[in-house]
Design a protein around this ligand. Structure first.
Ligand code: UTP
Length: 277
């Protein structure tokens, strides 16, 4: 069973400037909870309890969020407001949070490699907190669905969704042989292709399960698109050596790294998830 989840959170979040000038993108709230907490809750629901964060300069608020705030908690002790902290307290008490820094922004592949000391020689999940994912039923989040597939197939898995042709340039796009409904064995992968170069309309979103041999592969992977070490290039090597699966998850995903997706996610959470205390 997968216990480790890595959160690469070193990005600058330039699409959200000036909000992200001094505040991490992952701390933007959907109603009353920061994006990163939704991600941690999804990973916990999938049975994970060791959370590693690859952070960068200006991201301290994330570490503070997953720690006790004595003054604040003392201040609201005994008041009705205490209940508003019960979920985050539960997360802090029942899980391990650790942090390392990616000193240079050399891409998602490099960020994942920087997190190696936090997950060790074990299979692990990667969750990009700016993608909010909601499963098709309560208790059936996207990482849980992927974790169950991992227990069956024991290889790396990426979550995919269909995107319009004019959006492929924003994603890693796969080609694959269909194994069963919604599950593909990857045969090709292209990072951010123009529509005419895209091998399909199946785009990789921010949920991965990776086997630990990926670290050696990333070390051998030269910078690719935009001069960054791309996880898709490393995954393509892994796919050629053995097997990487792509899974069309059951549920919805909101791209909260974009203003449009963030607003849609906010409305969704307000209408379907948020319960006032
Ligand atoms: P994005 O491409 O969304 O970049 O990275 P970004 O900097 O966060 O946002 P924009 O595009 O400037 O608005 C995808 C994910 O990979 C992480 C980011 O934190 C984000 O979760 N990442 C990317 C790193 O941790 N390190 C990197 O070097 C690159």
């Amino acid at each position: 069973m997968i216990k480790n989840c890595l959160f690469p959170v070193a990005g600058y979040g330039t699409r959200f400037l000036p909000a992200t000038k001094a505040m991490p993108k992952e701390m933007l709230p959907l109603v009353n909870k920061p994006l990163v907490q939704y991600g941690v809750e999804e990973a916990q629901e999938a049975g994970m309890d060791n959370f590693g964060f690859v952070t960068g300069r200006g991201k301290r608020a994330i570490a503070d969020h997953f720690d006790i705030s004595y003054e604040l908690e003392h201040q609201i002790q005994g008041s009705g407001k205490e209940a508003m902290l019960s979920d985050i307290r539960g997360l802090i008490e029942n899980n391990t949070f650790s942090f390392t820094r990616q000193h240079h922004m050399k891409g998602l592949g490099h960020a994942i490699l920087s997190g190696k000391p936090l997950v060790g020689d074990n299979p692990f999940a990667v969750l990009l907190a700016d993608d909010l994912c909601v499963g098709d039923a309560p208790g059936n989040g996207v990482l849980k669905q992927m974790s169950e597939l991992y227990n069956q197939f024991r290889c790396s898995i990426v979550a995919i969704q269909e995107v319009p042709a004019d959006q492929t340039h924003k994603y890693g796009v796969i080609a694959g042989e269909s194994m069963k409904d919604g599950l593909y064995r990857i045969t090709d992968m292209v990072e951010k292709p123009a529509p005419e170069d895209a091998p399909s309309n199946l785009a990789i979103i921010g949920r991965y399960i990776l086997t630990p041999d990926i670290f050696d592969i990333i070390e051998q992977t030269p910078p690719g698109k935009n001069g960054e070490v791309q996880i898709t290039d490393a995954l393509m090597t892994q796919a050629k050596k053995g097997c990487v699966l792509a899974y069309k998850f059951k549920g919805q995903r909101f791209d909260c790294g974009s203003v449009d997706g963030f607003v849609k996610a906010t409305n969704y959470v307000y209408e379907n998830v948020y319960t006032p205390d």
